[in-house]
Ligand binder design. Structure first.
Ligand code: 13P
Ligand code: SF4
Length: 344
């Protein structure tokens, strides 16, 4: 029987240079083995700009495919093997609500610069672009928060309160200058008076997969493996990040493990596919353990069989590319390009 892997290899040969497969580090091994370009969100956004292939098949969650489609050239199409793979955090900030909050905050006369984590819809990126703001990833959040702070009286960070607070801690922004918005369903911030005082306004979103890591797991890892170091993703809570030895993007975590000396033991707080891949890669040389087996089910919903079906559809000309809703492209692209320029 022909396996999915064999079908994928045959279709790749047929499609030749017209195809590039991109993928995020959280993809399973069965998918990642077929990927031409992998990376964290920032690296993937940068790589799209250098891809000339007509078809980009993106193995990741929806916002990643959307960002790739925004940055793609004329005539290039981006396809997602599983278009229903959604980053749950990206859905915690509906664009209309963000727009409404920004409009009501503007009534104070203060200049509020919106900064959205790339884990957000194209609608939110467009709203941020329209209000003079930009985008950041976990790899450049400090640079971009400084960028935003330099341009106004306060920054509205959307949607990840943990990345926002961890970044503010690194930049030395006092906690008394943070303010968590209380967002009503109708989009009004109920506490505008206080909100208009803080320097960093926080949207109350988070990643449930990273919110599972806690101080007890760090203590258990240290008790079980004396001398172990702990590295976590900055979507973890500030308490966890403060207790860890290091925090950074998925590529930062990969480099942290690579640079650790032979024989090192490292506990990792991020999505399990990446941790297990590193544990396999360094087996017998470094001890890599997860703080907890925390899986992103949406990332996992992209599978080898769905990739093979997408490639067949691309070859047959029947695949549905990611479409950016009308009216969003200009402002959303402006927001993304401000980030790429600030971090060139
Ligand atoms: P990175 O940009 O660090 O790869 O993170 C993306 C993400 O979704 C983490 O949960
Ligand atoms: Fe989104 Fe969290 Fe999954 Fe990353 S791990 S894609 S932030 S839900």
């Amino acid at each position: 029987m022909t396996t999915h892997s064999e079908i994928i290899r045959r279709l790749r040969d047929e499609l030749g240079d017209s195809l590039v497969i991109m993928g995020h580090h959280y993809q399973s091994d069965s998918v990642i083995q077929h990927v031409d370009l992998k990376g964290d969100s920032l690296e993937l956004a940068r790589k799209v700009e250098s891809v000339h292939a007509e078809h980009i098949v993106f193995c990741g969650v929806y916002f990643m495919g959307e960002s790739a489609a925004l940055l793609a050239r004329e005539g290039q199409n981006v396809y997602l093997p599983e278009p229903d793979a959604n980053c749950v955090m990206s859905q915690m900030a509906p664009a209309a609500r963000v727009d409404k909050v920004l409009t009501s905050l503007a009534a104070s006369g203060r200049t509020i610069v919106p900064l959205t984590y790339v884990n957000s819809s194209v609608g939110v990126k467009a709203v941020c672009g329209k209000h003079g703001g930009s985008v950041c990833t976990s790899a450049n959040a400090e640079t971009m928060m400084r960028w935003a702070m330099d341009r106004g009286d306060a920054v509205l960070f959307i949607p990840d309160k943990n990345l926002a607070r961890n970044t503010a801690n690194r930049l030395g922004i006092a906690q008394s200058d943070w303010h968590m918005l209380d967002i009503r369903k109708d989009g009004t911030a109920v506490d505008l008076e206080t909100a208009n005082k803080g320097k960093l306004l926080l949207w109350p979103g988070l990643c449930a997969i990273h919110a599972r890591f806690n101080l007890r797991q760090i203590q258990t890892a240290r008790d079980t493996h004396p001398g172990i170091t702990v590295v976590v993703h900055p979507e973890c809570s500030p308490e966890v990040v403060a207790q860890a030895d290091a925090a950074g993007s998925t590529s930062f975590i990969i480099n942290y493990v690579r640079q650790a000396p032979e024989g090192a033991a490292i506990a990792i707080g991020t999505e399990i596919n990446l941790v297990e891949r590193l544990a396999k890669e360094y087996a017998g040389r470094k001890t890599i353990v997860p703080l907890l087996e925390s899986s992103c089910s949406h990332m996992a919903s992209v599978t080898e069989d769905k990739l093979s079906i997408t490639l067949q559809e691309v070859r047959n000309g029947t695949a549905d590319p990611v479409r950016i809703p009308i009216g969003f492209t200009e402002h959303a692209r402006a927001a993304l390009e401000r980030m790429l320029k600030a971090c060139a």
